[in-house]
Design a protein around this ligand. Structure first.
Ligand code: C2O
Length: 463
């Protein structure tokens, strides 16, 4: 059994990262056609020959092989968590075998990067071994990262409060792990953990990490995903109805990888639910495993969360985001007969606050746009803006999701923010109007010249 350790708690003199660096350098020497090479492993997540990070990668495996093994990452899907767990497990096996070949220890395990640890003042900064030295002699460095430090609001863990695993915020409340889908290279509403912190960390670091088609070329990718994988277990441990899906369409769905011998291998979600049973088994430092209940027979989950939501407001045209603040006015036009529900949702006579979900639908775009911060009914004359903060959205993978391919339709991405608490609060303010909600969307930094975002529709769904 391996233990994946907190990278910031590795003791002085520990060699985990030094061996990781050596293994990366070694894996980069292998040709892209070798499934255990650095390029092949990263291309399994995403690949696009036209992106500069892929320059020099040819010769490539056959198109048939690429279709089966490359561009497989699952996003906007309930497979987000299990697919990335499987991917990490085989990657860790390949790195560990490489280290043994290089004369290193037999028990190498991938460390995790806990950027949300508020007890560690350095937590939000990429561990120094990845940035220093900042040249190709360092296997852990990569050119083009936009930032080494993630701002605090992009690493918060509100996702852990989400009880259902599955959900899309329309036919059901939002889910921790994402909506029920088939194979989904992009597409459905990003799950709560996927949206924040997962997508945010990608886009905040930027460079290769900012795009799924290059992200796994950055060695920090793997420590980021070890942390996301750890948070899945942390969430399960919180119990209270937090359980994995129990449908065969999730449990038995099969994905393809390669093992350390370079042979084809597969996993189903069911086979990776208990980390102690994944390949040689692993646990996370500081996180107990082994409660009896990966999936207790718990009828509560379905009973409690089955009410579909109704659309209560929407923009009647697309919204293009730029380097300035964009304000969308959500009015009656799209759905006049139901707009009144926006008030009903926040009726204080209802004992449990009703859900109100803000959706960004069919988001298409180019390049790596910045993270955008979202405010509701923000006063024109400044004032305390933070009390109108609804959350943030990053559009990790937007260009790929806008491009039709063998793996997806190209209809764009979907994001959703739970704005129930904020709407409840705003309703008691003198500026509140039942017929109108102003959604301000502000970039966290200037937009690159080659980046753009268009939101097909902004909508509000309410209970
Ligand atoms: Cu498949 Cu962090 O991305």
């Amino acid at each position: 059994m391996k233990e994946r350790k907190n990278v910031y708690l590795l003791p002085a003199g520990d060699t985990t990262l030094a061996w990781y660096s050596k293994a990366v350098v070694e894996m980069k020497k292998r040709p892209t056609t070798d499934p255990t090479s650095w390029n092949y492993q990263a291309a399994m997540h995403g690949f696009n020959a036209s992106l500069s990070f892929w320059r020099g990668a040819a010769p490539l495996p056959s198109q048939t092989e690429q279709n089966q093994y490359w561009n497989q990452c699952q996003h906007g899907s309930w497979f987000f968590l299990p697919w990335h767990r499987m991917y990490l497990a085989y990657f860790e096996q390949i790195v560990a075998a490489t280290i043994v070949k290089l004369g290193g220890p037999a028990d190498w395990a991938l460390p995790y990067w806990n950027y949300s640890d508020t007890s560690n003042p350095n937590a939000r900064t990429i561990p120094p071994a990845f940035t220093n030295p900042n040249n190709a002699t360092n296997g852990l460095w990569i050119t083009g990262r936009v930032s080494d430090t993630i701002p605090p609001r992009y690493v918060t863990l509100g996702a852990l409060n989400t009880i259902p695993y599955t959900g899309d915020g329309r036919t059901s409340p939002l889910g921790f792990g994402g909506p029920e889908t088939g194979f989904s290279h992009s597409g459905g509403t990003h799950g709560q953990l996927e949206s924040l912190p997962h997508d945010m960390v990608h886009v905040a670091i930027g460079g290769a990490m900012g795009d799924p088609r290059t992200a796994a070329l950055d060695p920090i990718f793997w420590l980021h995903h070890a942390n996301i994988d750890r948070l899945w277990q942390v969430w399960l441990n919180m119990a209270g109805g937090r359980i994995n899906p129990n449908k065969s369409s999730w449990l038995d769905y099969n994905f393809y990888f390669h093992n350390a011998a370079g042979q084809s291998a597969q996993f189903t979600s069911k086979q990776v639910e208990d980390t102690r049973q994944v390949l040689s088994g692993y646990t996370y430092q500081g996180v107990p495993v082994g409660g009896p209940t990966l999936r207790t027979a718990n009828a509560l989950q379905n009973a409690d969360f089955s009410t579909p939501l109704e659309i209560t407001a929407a923009t009647n045209q697309g919204v293009t985001l730029g380097s300035a603040k964009t304000v969308a006015h959500l009015g009656l036009n799209a759905s006049p007969q139901k707009a009144v529900n926006l008030a009903a949702t926040t009726n204080s006579a209802v004992s449990k606050p009703a859900l109100t979900i803000l959706h960004f639908e069919n988001v298409t775009g180019k390049g790596v746009p910045p993270i955008y911060d979202v405010y509701l009914n923000e006063p024109q004359n400044g004032g305390d803006k933070e009390s109108y903060y609804a959350g943030s959205v990053s559009f990790f993978g937007v260009e790929e999701a806008s491009t039709p391919s063998v793996h997806q339709s190209g209809s764009g991405q979907h994001y959703a923010l739970d704005i129930s608490d904020l709407v409840n609060k705003l309703r008691s303010s003198p500026n509140w109007k039942d017929q109108q909600l102003d959604v301000s969307i502000e970039p966290s930094r200037a937009v690159d010249a080659d980046a753009s975002v268009n939101i097909g529709r902004i909508s509000v769904y309410s209970e």
